[in-house]
Design a protein around this ligand. Structure first.
Ligand code: ADP
Length: 500
């Protein structure tokens, strides 16, 4: 396996940009792919080359394996990085990339497949002595048997889709009488969302904290963890604020959870960067939830406290190099917090609010990192996840990191769409967050639309005007005005831009 010279990133937005930056630092050439909606996007302009891969819906562009492989072929890329989301956890994609003679900057197909099923993942982890949430080990086939097991485990319980992800396909059942109806609903939801109706049940941990460990493995059987991230501040079971280290872990618990995480990775012969997720109950018992076999959205907080570049390490691992450190050589210092800046409206149940960014100014300063995908005048497409950027603040300790985060959030200006900026400020400034006394129910327990104050009438009028203009522009834009770029366009080549 030789040195990688040119990498195509099969992704968009902030994560494509973040990966390109590390690649450039490694003197590796960069190739972007883009859909109609992303013609003018920052990630397209930042890469050395860019290839058009199809219409805006991801199913016709970013999820098209053949088009991505064609783009690699025409540009002469010798490796593909999948980023997160899209094709990043599809073993078919990893296989197709390798069969095309390219290097896949990711794990083996076997790892992706094992950890892609929550049930298979649990089976693999259990064989390595990793604690699991009490629950069923196989998909539910017999409803009466499932009710018996649910009673044995004790309500409340959670019905989960084995193929689930992104917080989708989970149902809490508080009492036995509701079980059957919820089971049917969970199954049809799972089938509709993931094409697989396998569901299982798990004890619903009532006051859980989400703690995950960053894993790194090489192709020579070495696996280490890079400590934890806490991601308990969630809405719709999806993370919105993450931090490292967690304020509840003792060194002893960190060591136990870290070695359990390494065992999970070992159970599927893992190499590349990955994340092992646990929930921690209020008695500090931890249970394995799932493993994500890719770079995670919140990886920057780990980079900040360890000083490592995870993308650089992913590249070296894919090239066949050994990990440059052992577990005992790894340390962390300081405290990092990440706030996810989404185009969504916290005052309307965090509904996505895509549209035109009329103004957009990112904060800066010592210890402030913004992994960003947008600029003023960008359109936030309706087709993809509405995350605009991640704001990461690093300081000597948690209190200072919170102070820096509040300052940086206040310096961030965005108009044209609703965002999570004010919500994030509310959350990190909340006494429960400050004191470390919170769980995954933080939003349900502490946040109401009134928490951010009433919106002023001019603000409300502006929001509605922007929404109307946006709807109008969607109706009048025609797909035929777009020309297809099969070859990398010279216009994109070597074009520099100001912000990123
Ligand atoms: P997904 O793959 O859809 O993200 P996860 O299994 O990773 O699903 O769970 C996502 C979130 O849902 C967790 O961070 C936690 O907040 C909540 N959750 C999952 N399982 C449980 C459980 N057994 N008890 C309580 N909360 C849970």
């Amino acid at each position: 396996m030789g040195k990688i010279k040119k990498v195509l990133v099969a992704n968009r937005g902030e994560i494509a940009l973040r990966i390109f930056k590390s690649l450039k630092e490694l003197s590796i050439e960069t190739v972007a792919v883009f859909s109609d909606a992303d013609r003018g996007a920052l990630h397209v302009r930042y890469a050395d080359q860019a290839v058009y891969i199809g219409p805006s819906p991801a199913s016709q562009s970013y999820l098209q394996i053949d088009k991505i492989l064609d783009a690699a072929r025409v540009t002469g890329a010798d490796a593909i990085h999948p980023g997160y989301g899209f094709l990043s956890e599809k073993e078919d994609f990893a296989r197709a990339v390798r069969e095309a003679g390219l290097t896949y900057i990711g794990p083996s197909e076997h790892s992706i497949q094992t950890m892609g099923s929550k049930l298979e993942a649990k089976r693999a982890a259990q064989a390595f002595g990793v604690p699991l949430v009490p629950g069923t080990a196989a998909p539910i086939t017999d409803t009466q048997e499932a009710i018996r097991l649910a009673n044995e485990i004790g309500f409340p319980i959670l019905i989960k889709a084995s193929a689930g992800g992104g917080g989708k396909g989970m149902r809490i059942v508080h009492q036995a009488v509701d079980f059957e109806a919820q089971l049917e609903r969970a199954k049809s939801e799972a089938l509709a969302s993931f094409g697989d109706d396998a569901v299982f049940i798990e004890k619903y941990v009532t006051s859980p904290r989400h703690i995950e460990f960053q894993i790194l493995g090489d192709q020579h059987g070495n696996i280490v963890h890079l400590f934890e991230r806490e991601c308990s501040i969630q809405r719709r079971h999806q993370k919105v604020i993450e931090e490292a280290p967690s304020s509840v872990l003792t060194p002893e618990l960190r060591e136990r959870m870290g070695s359990a995480a390494v065992n999970v990775a070992r159970s599927c012969g893992y190499y590349n960067a990955g994340t092992v997720e646990f929930i921690l109950d209020d008695a500090l018992n931890f249970y394995f939830l799932e493993m994500n076999t890719r770079l995670q959205v919140e990886h920057p907080v780990t980079e900040m406290i360890t000083g490592l570049d995870l993308v650089r390490l992913q590249v070296r691992i894919a090239e066949g190099e050994k990990l440059p450190f052992t577990q005992s050589e790894l340390t962390f210092s300081g405290h990092a917090i990440e706030a996810r800046i989404y185009a969504e409206d916290p005052q309307r149940q965090f509904m996505p609010d895509p549209g035109l960014l009329r103004s957009y100014e990112v904060p800066s300063g010592n210890g402030v990192r913004v992994d960003n995908g947008y600029e003023a005048g960008s359109e936030v497409p309706v087709y993809y996840d509405p995350m605009l950027a991640k704001l990461i603040c690093y300081a000597e300790n948690r209190e200072q990191a919170i102070a820096k985060m509040i300052r940086a959030l206040s310096d961030y200006t965005i108009s044209g769409v609703s965002t999570t900026l004010a919500f994030c400020r509310f959350a990190v400034d909340h006494p429960a967050f400050r004191s470390g006394d919170f769980d995954t129910h933080f939003v349900a327990n502490h946040f109401t639309p009134e928490s951010l104050g009433q919106r002023s009438i001019p603000e409300e009028i502006e929001r509605m005007a922007v929404a109307l203009a946006y709807t109008h522009s969607q109706q009048t834009s025609t797909a035929s005005s777009v020309t297809k770029v099969d070859q990398p366009s010279p216009w994109f080549k070597n074009r520099k831009h100001g912000r990123d």
